[in-house]
Design a protein around this ligand. Structure first.
Ligand code: AGP
Length: 610
């Protein structure tokens, strides 16, 4: 997903922008560029490649002291990765530059009209249409020209504009794709998200859909697409800049795996009373009648968030006794879902900006359902479109492969299930008190696991050249198998398939041979005996099994070649513990294969386009 930075102030704009772009690298990109105003002329440098290879053209050989400027990291949608398709893009006469994140859906129609009017295009991108459109409307007032141009545009955009005749300002507008303004003293920042600028300022304004800003050194004015001026209240960031650094770890992903015990503490912090056996979710936004009226629950999300919702299904059905469905947000939004005022839709998202999940939320609300968001990124779009919230306090997650946010999502769902189960009279106080105690022990159990990962690394060394993997789980750990398989796929590029272990004999067992390693999650006692039978089936066909199992379980060693021991915990919490070895296994395999763990190929941290 593209990254945008704008800067106006007394620092060298290209250096501030380059640094900001490096903090957005986790979003995934294939090219980058910077444009600045230097004494009335626009200086532009851009090319394909990673920023570490572009430092020479973007910093070393770049006019210093120039300002304002804009920068962009591009994740190609329209037009292949190339220097001419990289942003920023200019108009015919080189009077202005734009950088954009999103998709201009009617760009071909606009491009034909502009070409007919004599405009000459340099790229294959939809974005360049914006530059020529603004040029065609420009009559001295940049804000007005931008607004007139956007009146013709259909689609999603986070847009920042630099103009040769306006060295005192940058103009930016947001529709769907997130954009924020960072407020400094004598300097201002524009960015796709806070991680890019929080080392400069903690005061930010989140632009809503259809809002824009004229950003000047001494201040910012806000407007809507009708040109009406708006009053916006800054938010003070509570994420510290250090949190967005690697902190001595080789990769953000490993750092975030090691942050997981604290994520659990942060997510349950202030929300449980062991003494009373009560859960407090102050932003839940659901009344008692809402909760009693709920006849079914639908979990929606994408990728890891979807798998977290699949764990939530088991949790809520066991603890609340209400039917729960899990739906991929990208499917839910188009299947005319049968939801109504008696349905609670739970939308799960780390970024709160995933286009499919946002669309699913709008579809659910349009059909009368109450929607609850389980979200990490504060003030993100999703948080503004739901009836209630359960924040996961995971802090900024930089690694593209989600780890600590997943643990936060699971922890939040345990709290939600306890609360709903207690309110609906399904759970007694003693059970809630005991589960709170068990939850509070989890961080130490994870810390014990993380204290020595050499065994997992040794297994990664042994299996790093596998071409395929089968992940098996049963019951509440079937989703754990799905999440574990996704981790391996997305960062090591090894094909991995997850299956409910009981389903193996209905087909996939034909795949089993000595070249297909099997990772089995055997930590939940409730399904253990059946799973052991499935593993014997695998062994009988020369399959190689690695089992994630209780450290006290000796029997498992007779049916598997390798065991990753984990501490015991109640079944309903076992997905939180069981996934840790799978995260580490995927991490070590990818690292041993020399791959880019934090920014896997083709992936973006948050997919804000369809
Ligand atoms: C998970 O490792 C992936 N990065 C991806 O599947 C991600 O979970 C998915 O895109 C949803 O993102 P969200 O949680 O920000 O909505």
């Amino acid at each position: 997903m593209c990254g945008i930075i704008g800067y106006i102030g007394d620092q060298p704009a290209n250096e501030v922008i380059f640094d900001g772009l490096t903090r957005l690298e986790y979003r995934g990109y294939d090219s980058a560029g910077i444009a600045v105003l230097d004494g009335g002329r626009i200086v532009l440098a851009k090319d394909v490649g990673k920023l570490r290879h572009l430092r020479e053209i973007l910093v070393t050989n770049f006019p210093s002291r120039a300002s304002p400027g804009i920068g962009h990291t591009r994740w190609a949608t329209h037009g292949r990765p190339s220097s001419f398709n990289a942003h920023p893009h200019g108009d015919c006469r080189g009077t202005l530059m734009v950088a954009h994140n999103g998709i201009i859906e009617n760009y071909m129609k606009l491009k034909r009209a502009l070409t007919a009017a004599g405009h000459v295009f340099q790229s294959e991108t939809d974005t360049e249409v914006l530059a020529h459109l603004i040029e065609s409307h420009y009559q001295g007032d940049l804000e007005a020209a931008v607004l007139k141009a956007l009146a013709d545009v259909e689609g999603a955009y986070a847009l920042v504009v630099l103009h040769r005749d306006h060295p005192d300002q940058l103009v930016c507008v947001r529709k769907e794709s997130p954009l924020i303004v960072g407020l400094g003293r004598g300097e201002q920042f524009i960015a796709s998200d806070v991680t890019a600028i929080m080392q400069h300022t903690r005061q930010v304004v989140y632009l809503e859909n259809g809002e824009g800003a004229v950003v000047r050194r001494d201040g910012v004015t806000f407007f809507d697409l009708a040109g009406r001026h708006l009053a916006k209240t800054p938010t003070t960031l509570d994420w510290n800049p250090v949190a967005a650094e690697k902190g001595g770890f080789p990769h953000f992903m490993l750092k975030e795996i090691y942050e997981q015990p604290q994520v659990i503490r942060n997510t349950i912090g202030g929300r449980t009373s062991e003494e009373e056996g009560k859960i407090y979710l102050t932003e839940l936004g659901l009344s008692g009648p809402d909760i009693f009226r709920t006849q079914r629950i639908v979990m929606v999300g994408c990728g890891t968030a979807f798998y977290a919702g699949c764990v939530g299904k088991y949790l809520i059905e066991q603890l609340v006794r209400v039917p729960v469905e899990c739906d991929l947000a990208s499917e839910f939004r188009y299947r005319q879902p049968l939801v109504d005022g008696n349905t609670l839709v739970v939308a799960i998202s780390q970024s709160g900006e995933t286009a499919d999940t946002l669309a699913a939320v709008r579809e659910a609300r349009a059909r009368g359902a109450k929607v609850l968001g389980i979200v990490n990124a504060k003030e993100s779009s999703l948080t503004r479109e739901v009836d209630g919230l359960v924040y996961i306090h995971a802090g900024p997650e930089i690694g593209v492969a989600s780890t600590k946010a997943y643990i936060g999502m699971l922890t939040a769902q345990v709290l939600l299930a306890l609360l709903l189960g207690k309110i609906r009279g399904v759970l007694d106080t003693a059970f809630v008190q005991q589960t709170i105690r068990d939850l509070k022990v989890l961080p130490q159990l994870i810390e014990r696991l993380l204290a020595d990962t050499s065994g997992i690394r040794a297994l990664a060394e042994k299996f790093k050249d596998a071409r395929n993997f089968l992940y098996l789980g049963r019951g509440i750990n079937f989703p754990t198998a799905m999440e574990g398989a996704l981790k391996l796929k997305e960062i090591s590029y090894i094909h991995a398939e997850a299956y409910a272990a009981g389903e193996m004999k209905h087909g996939p067992i034909a795949l089993i041979d000595k070249d297909l390693p099997v990772m089995a999650i055997a930590a939940n006692q409730g399904a253990y005996d059946k799973l052991v039978s499935n593993l014997k089936e695998v062994q009988a066909r020369s399959g190689t099994v690695i089992a994630v199992a209780s450290e006290r379980n000796e029997e498992i060693r007779h049916v598997t070649e390798y065991v990753i021991p984990i501490p015991d915990c109640p079944d309903i919490l076992s997905p939180i513990l069981s996934v840790i070895p799978l995260q580490l296994f995927a991490y070590y395999v990818a690292d041993l294969r020399g791959l880019d763990v934090d920014q896997p190929r083709n992936l973006a941290k948050s997919v804000t386009v369809e």
